[in-house]
Design a protein around this ligand. Structure first.
Ligand SMILES: Nc1nc2[nH]cc(C(=O)O)c2c(=O)[nH]1
Ligand code: SF4
Ligand SMILES: [Mg+2]
Length: 235
């Protein structure tokens, strides 16, 4: 293939979208920083406790945007951090890659983190995307989610120190499963334990972490669900 044929035109590539908005990051190591959220439509999982069911069928994409339009819309905000989320933002292979590279190439951002669901092989993304601002926040889906069998455990050893490995914990069973995953699959990523809002009181999760001596794990509260109504969108 010639060089010209390989060149991507970001005004030609389209992606199904849910929303673009600015708020503070509610989770992870960058929680509290003003952040632009770019939420893509579509997901390859159906977690029992999913809080964004509007991001995949039978709901419909709110709109379709070119990558050029997504980059321009995000640039209307002054945040230096971007969160690419969904749904599953890495569902679109080359198109997801082109979006990430286009956002990084603007030079506007100091951090671009991608919320991915653990059922996407991160190898091609880690190999192709070289920007130092790009980080992966991989969810590891536990038994209560109903999707644990879809987890690509090979991703864990490939995550880097700047990446994060998030476990959403709904029960004692989930907690023990998360602990086993960390013991079985060494990772350089920062492990985060996040309570399921309805079924795992945060004080119980803290007690379990301390009882089990998980000194390397960070508690991850969803700040946006404390600041705003948990059912509210776009915050
Ligand atoms: N404030 C805020 N922080 C978030 N971090 C991850 C989010 C997500 O929906 O992926 C999210 C979100 O929807 N809002
Ligand atoms: S991966 Fe995320 S968006 Fe997809 S079903 Fe699970 S919680 Fe919902
Ligand atoms: Mg999410």
């Amino acid at each position: 293939m010639s060089q010209a044929a390989e060149r991507v035109d970001i005004n030609e590539i389209k992606l199904p979208m849910v929303e673009i908005f600015e708020t503070v990051e509610g989770e992870g190591s960058r929680a509290g920083f003003p952040t632009v959220f770019i939420r893509l439509f579509g997901c390859n999982l159906r977690c029992t406790w999913c809080d964004t069911k509007y991001s995949y069928p039978p709901a419909e994409a709110e709109f379709v945007m070119t990558i050029g339009d997504i980059v321009a819309e995000a640039s209307r905000y002054s945040s230096k951090h971007v969160c690419l989320t969904g749904g599953e933002p890495l569902l679109y292979g080359d198109r997801s890659t082109a979006l990430i590279e286009a956002l990084a190439a603007t030079g506007r951002y100091t951090d671009l983190h991608i919320e991915t669901n653990g059922a996407i092989d991160l190898t091609p993304y880690l190999e192709r995307i070289k920007s130092p601002i790009v980080r992966y926040i991989m969810d590891y889906k536990l038994p209560d989610s109903g999707e644990e069998d879809k987890m690509i455990t090979a991703n864990l050893s490939k995550l880097r120190p700047q990446d994060e490995l998030k476990f959403v914990i709904g029960s004692d069973r989930d907690f023990l499963a998360a602990k086993t995953v960390l013991e079985t699959f060494p990772t350089a990523a920062l492990p985060l334990f996040s309570p399921v809002w309805e079924t795992m009181p945060p004080d119980k999760l803290v007690r379990l972490m301390l009882e089990h001596g998980l000194s390397q794990v960070k508690l991850n509260m969803q700040m946006h669900k404390i600041i705003w109504d948990p059912a509210m969108r776009g915050v």
